[in-house]
Write a protein of this length. Structure first.
Length: 241
């Protein structure tokens, strides 16, 4: 087995898990397409509102498909002893986790770009002025949240709790990136400043503005923190009672 094999295994399990597809594909895609479409038809300046809502909603795809998906999947495979069995093969720890992360990143990037194409035609959301930065920010954001999701499994005691324990994460990410509409504007300035430090907010900022230097630094710092956390606290076996 190799890194490519673990990548294919992660992708195969992802698309065959109907419950996971409902939570990590249908839900974020429905929100990312549906909310801009709604704004397009209910607001006076519909296109502007739809565009703003779409970019904010990409944080939901990043946090649900990227973060939640890998956190739930790795927690389940840990408790089912799948990770332990994989470690008994010729695969290294790095190859196992890298394959899972790469698979999650691929699904996340594909969904964001797919949503962009859909809202362009159903809600008149214009394509980004700098498509290269858009793709780079999507890729960097997906990689960052996938690494953080893998690290987050250390805090999840049992697989049954994984989905519930990730809900606050994507709610905070969604609010911080503007996916909840004007709710962010109602919060105190110091709260908004804190939300700006989130990796999903940095990725969305780069997608919208084309500015990549500061968001790239933000994503790099969060990714490094996630890698360190994986190195220190990632568990390959269920917690003993």
């Amino acid at each position: 087995m190799s890194l490519a094999a673990t990548y294919k295994l992660g992708a195969r399990l992802f698309w065959r898990d109907k419950a996971m597809l409902a939570g990590s594909v249908i839900t974020p895609v429905g929100l990312t397409v549906g909310m801009p479409l709604l704004m397009r038809h209910v607001q006076a300046d519909g296109v502007a509102w739809a565009t703003q809502t779409f970019y904010g909603s990409t944080a939901l795809v990043l946090s649900i498909t990227g973060f939640m998906n890998i956190a739930v999947a790795l927690s389940m495979r840990r408790d089912q002893l799948v990770l332990k069995r994989l470690r008994s093969t010729m695969l290294t720890d790095v190859q196992i986790l890298a394959g899972e992360i790469a698979s999650t990143v691929t699904q996340t990037v594909a969904l964001v770009i797919g949503c962009l194409l859909v809202v362009r035609f159903v809600a008149d959301v214009p394509f980004p002025d700098n498509p290269v930065v858009f793709v780079a920010a999507t890729l960097g954001g997906a990689l960052c949240v996938a690494v953080l999701g893998a690290a987050y499994t250390a805090a999840i005691p049992r697989a049954e709790l994984a989905a519930a324990m990730t809900v606050p994460v994507f709610l905070v990410c969604g609010v911080g990136a503007g996916a909840m509409g004007p709710l962010l504007d109602l919060l105190p300035s110091w709260v908004r400043a804190g939300f700006d430090l989130l990796p999903t907010s940095a990725a969305v900022h780069a997608m919208k503005t084309g500015e990549f230097a500061a968001p790239a630094l933000n994503l790099a710092v969060w990714t490094l923190a996630g890698l360190v956390a994986i190195r220190l606290w990632f568990r390959w076996e269920p917690r003993r009672s």
